[in-house]
Design a protein around this ligand. Structure first.
Ligand code: CP
Length: 305
């Protein structure tokens, strides 16, 4: 089912390709945990982690995933690099590749399309680890794996993605992946943070969080990405939390078996209260665990393993 050299986004993936990744990722788990087994699938291969934006979960889990498959890992972070002297992305990757062969480059960058540019500049497979507000496909896949583990099936499943839709690559990747699998996705947030063209993506739009809460099987909360806003789009965090924050009172109006998700990092007390983030419905740390399994699957699959 999988013949792609790169994973640049979920928009182009078929249902079969997504399921193939989920099935492969599931082989690295047993009884809800990672097996912890070290395999030699990528022995002799080199994985380059190219992070031009901060990351905790994505960068750490890619490193763990690559090491679990016995790959060599090279880590580049733009802080303290010659990027600060004006070196371009393409020059950076070409220079690193000149020091030794790279088999997979994992790219996070604040510019949409940066992973595509790396794919054109190197002979290696490229995995998008988040490009601006465009896509974060591995996050989408680990979220989808978590939903499959907890809910079983996607057809007719009601999923709400709540918050800063306009600046969220996580929202876009989840929209593409979840609708391909048959879920009904509703995006919800203040009008200033929901782009006009989102209705073209086969999703519902809601501006009243309280109205949709009781109908949802999955509620995925997003962080407000102040760093991607060129002008203030919200009156205040306090006002935002009042209208769109998931707190205990709102949680009590969710379906009995509905789950709470968040890609992290969480701004506690803004989009999500601490007792909900750490409560019984939360699958947030399961999402993080699944990040390792999904990234192991993808590192192997883009190399045809
Ligand atoms: N979810 C996510 O991408 O987290 P990091 O920015 O910490 O990698």
């Amino acid at each position: 089912m999988w013949t792609r050299k790169h994973l640049l986004g979920l928009e182009a993936l078929s249902r079969e390709e997504i399921v193939a990744v989920l099935d492969r990722a599931s082989t690295f788990k047993k009884d809800g945990r990672l097996t912890g087994e070290t395999l030699d699938t990528l022995a002799g291969k080199t994985v380059l982690l190219l992070f031009f934006e901060p990351s905790t979960r994505t960068s750490m889990s890619f490193e763990i995933a690559a090491k679990n498959l016995a790959a060599n890992v090279l880590r580049f972070t733009s802080v303290n690099s010659s990027t600060a002297k004006g070196e371009t992305l393409v020059d950076t990757v070409r220079n690193i590749a000149a020091m030794g062969p790279i088999d997979v480059a994992v790219v996070r960058h604040d510019t949409p399309g940066a992973p595509q540019r790396v794919a054109r500049s190197l002979d290696a497979s490229v995995i998008n680890a988040g490009d601006g507000a465009h896509e974060h496909p591995t996050q989408g896949l680990l979220d989808i794996l978590t939903i499959r583990e907890t809910k079983g099936a996607f057809d007719g499943l009601n999923v709400a993605i709540v918050g800063d839709i306009a600046h969220s690559r996580v929202a876009r990747s989840n929209l593409f992946g979840l609708t391909t699998l048959g879920a009904k996705v509703t995006v919800c947030g203040p009008a200033t943070l929901v782009p006009d063209d989102v209705t073209q993506l086969a999703v519902e739009v809601a501006y009243d969080f309280d109205e949709i809460i009781p109908k949802m099987d999955v509620i995925m909360m997003l962080r407000i990405q102040h760093e991607r806003m060129s002008e203030p789009l919200l009156p205040s965090n306090r006002e935002y939390a009042k209208l769109f924050g998931l707190n205990r009172e709102r949680e009590n109006r969710m379906k009995d078996d509905a789950i709470v998700m968040h890609p992290g990092p969480i701004n506690r007390g803004v989009e999500l209260d601490a007792d909900v983030a750490d409560g019984e419905r939360s699958v947030i740390l399961q999402q993080v665990t699944n990040g390792v399994a999904v990234r192991m699957a993808l590192l192997a699959m883009v190399l045809g393993k």
